[in-house]
Design a protein around this ligand. Structure first.
Ligand SMILES: [Zn+2]
Length: 178
């Protein structure tokens, strides 16, 4: 396994719609393993492939720090097929370093996905895991959590982040934050 570089806003890979996975091979499984390792070291509770520069619909999540029944999930081509309610949660993102904000999302979701071997899986959750999965699926659609904020606040954060990125010599090669 290997640690991957985490891409940060405004890298274009974070702003595009990721492609569905069509081949469930060792390359995909290695990517998911490396993403999981990178997520744990960061540390984070979820990571989407575009965050490591790969524009594919694959995510890893582990909400066990706040949800004892949770464990590591590797979800490929995840799709929300049902959602209801409303839950507000303080969110942060490894691709938007140093910033957190309250985001409102549906509280209960049902997700259909494939596992790393292509086997169908269904996740039904109304806990913290629901928030994490929605945050990661947003990444697959080129949406960062700051897009859920009011326009004024969002524009301010984006401006700050762009300035920060300009000040770094090579944002793509930014080391994983431990
Ligand atoms: Zn994120």
């Amino acid at each position: 396994m290997a640690l991957l570089d985490i891409y940060t806003y405004p890298d274009p890979v974070l702003l595009q719609v990721a492609k569905p996975v069509t081949t469930f091979d060792d390359t995909l499984r290695r990517l998911l393993d490396d993403m999981a390792e990178t997520m744990y070291v960061a540390p984070g509770v979820g990571l989407a492939a575009p965050q490591v520069g790969v524009s594919l619909r694959a995510i890893v999540v582990d909400a066990s720090t706040r949800d004892p029944n949770s464990h590591l999930l590797k979800l490929v081509n995840p799709e929300i097929i049902f959602s209801e309610g409303r839950s507000v949660c303080e969110e942060g993102c490894l691709s938007v370093p140093g910033y957190t904000a309250e985001v409102a999302r549906p509280a209960h979701i049902r997700v259909e996905a494939r596992d790393e071997y292509g086997k169908p899986v269904t996740i039904d959750t109304d806990t913290f895991l629901a928030t994490v999965i929605q945050h990661e699926i947003d990444h697959l659609n080129g949406i960062l959590f700051i897009e859920h904020l009011g326009r004024l606040r969002r524009d301010l954060v984006k401006k700050k982040l762009k300035k920060q990125a300009r000040q770094e010599k090579s944002p793509k090669k930014k080391a994983v934050v431990a």
